[in-house]
Design a binder for this molecule. Structure first.
Ligand code: NAP
Ligand code: MG
Length: 406
């Protein structure tokens, strides 16, 4: 056995729920621990443990990310009423991702994981389309209310040290529902900067789209901040790099994206990015074929899988039935975090390990060994072989071993 590679700075680990928790452990045991010597600051975000700690553990995990800089997160349950009953929770706690993103701020970049034997659902897409999702505010940090019956809705804003200003919002003729969203200029500005930085470093065009025709203050406000920031600080750099910034109405962007070659960053508001990244991921094979990283303007990074806890597979697993769940996104969460740690620490051997593990995972799928979700979409070849959840990780471990030891 060769000497283990040392990861210099502590990594923050956020463990999760259900099927992804099971895969998470396998990934660590079979692909990471045999090769890496790492210090881990571990936070158990299992829904029961969040409940036991009144969600303090989620806040602590975000604080640890602020301290060390790089975190790796497993998928977690966002409790609803069913989950409250299922796990006997005190209440339907907030989404851990929401809590963490609200604390770290920033932008979530989601990029499909491409393999040679799976063609994207959209034939013109030749290069990956990356989503840049704003991670602050909007519907994820909203105020909602049921309006019981007819009445007047007014909004009061009191400027710090100033006079209250009251505005009539709506005369309700009957019962209804209400939602209040907000955002902060500073957060939108850092979203814009994160997207332009990403575009420049990856040498790809940056698209941004909102519903600015309808939402003339909110969505148009996003557009204006992007425009001002681009004109002031990025225009020349983009021209030199031969790339473009392009704003368009979201309807137009959705239609146009189907006809591009890909190879661009599509910046989207929080909700738009949430929804569109699932579309991009499944057009490229599976929700498990996508990487996701939260880049905070303060220089903190949180790597995660973009999919959920794969509940249906977990219930099969609990019944003792065989599952074929895909661990690609979880593996790429670890490699993304390790690569970033290596870059920040100046430890190229850690970067190399992350590259090698990713290559091993891609080669395994390209050799025809894959989970059920991918088998449906892959080029039909006689060598294709469906493996179960653990078999897939074992096959990657085999390839990794060969690549590292020759
Ligand atoms: P999900 O975990 O994203 O899975 C939805 C479906 O997508 C699965 O049933 C499966 O399809 C397919 N799929 C997703 N990931 C897969 C993988 N790794 N390998 C193979 N197939 C995969 O969503 P869910 O099951 O509806 O949600 C479960 C929980 O996840 C919810 O409690 C939700 O709150 C949480 N969630 C967490 C995050 C996060 O932490 N990042 C994000 C979204 C949702 P088939 O059944 O057809 O095989
Ligand atoms: Mg989503």
């Amino acid at each position: 056995m060769t000497k283990k590679i040392t990861v210099k700075t502590t990594l923050v680990e956020m463990d999760g729920d259900e099927m992804t928790r099971i895969m998470w452990q396998m990934v660590k045991d079979k692909l990471l621990f045999p090769y890496l010597d790492m210090n881990i600051d571990y936070y158990d975000l299992h829904v029961k443990h969040r409940d036991d700690t009144d969600d303090q553990v989620t806040v602590d995990s975000a604080r640890a990310t602020m301290k060390y800089g790089v975190a790796i997160k497993c998928a977690t349950i966002t409790p609803n009423e069913d989950r409250v009953k299922e796990y006997h929770l005190k209440k339907a706690w907030k989404s851990p991702n929401g809590t963490i993103r609200a604390m770290l701020d920033g932008t979530v970049f989601r990029k499909p994981i491409l393999v040679k034997n799976i063609a994207p659902g959209v034939m013109s897409w030749k290069k990956p389309i990356t989503i840049g999702r704003h991670a602050y505010g909007d519907v994820y940090d909203n105020f909602e209310m049921q309006i019981p019956g007819p009445g007047k809705l007014e909004i009061v804003f009191t400027p710090a040290g100033g006079q209250a200003q009251k505005t009539l919002v709506k005369e309700f003729p009957s019962a209804g529902i209400l939602q209040v969203n907000h955002n902060l200029e500073a957060s939108i500005l850092s979203f814009a900067r994160a997207c332009f930085t990403y575009g420049l470093s990856e040498k790809v065009d940056v698209w941004f789209s909102t519903k600015d025709t309808i939402s003339k203050k909110y969505d148009a406000g996003f557009r204006d901040i992007f425009d001002r920031e681009f004109e002031a600080n990025w225009k020349d750099k983009f021209a030199q790099a031969g790339i473009e910034y392009f704003f368009t109405l979201i309807d137009d962007a959705v239609a146009r994206i189907m006809k591009t070659e890909g190879g661009l960053l599509w910046a989207l508001k929080n909700y738009d990015g949430d929804v569109m990244s699932d579309m991009i991921a499944s057009a490229n094979g599976s929700l498990a074929m996508m990487t996701s990283v939260l880049v905070s303007p303060h220089g903190w990074f949180e790597y995660e899988a973009a999919h959920g806890t794969v509940q249906k597979h977990y219930y099969k697993h609990l019944k003792g039935e065989e599952t074929s769940s895909n661990s690609m996104a979880l593996i790429f969460a670890w490699t993304g975090g390790l690569r970033k740690r290596g870059e920040l620490d100046g430890t190229p051997e850690v970067v190399r390990f992350a590259d090698t593990l990713e290559a091993a995972a891609l080669e395994t799928v390209e050799s025809g060994i894959m989970t059920g979700d991918l088998l449906l979409l892959a080029e039909k070849r006689p060598t294709n072989k469906k493996v179960n959840t653990e078999g897939f990780i074992d096959a990657i471990a085999e390839t990794l071993k060969k690549k590292l030891h020759g």
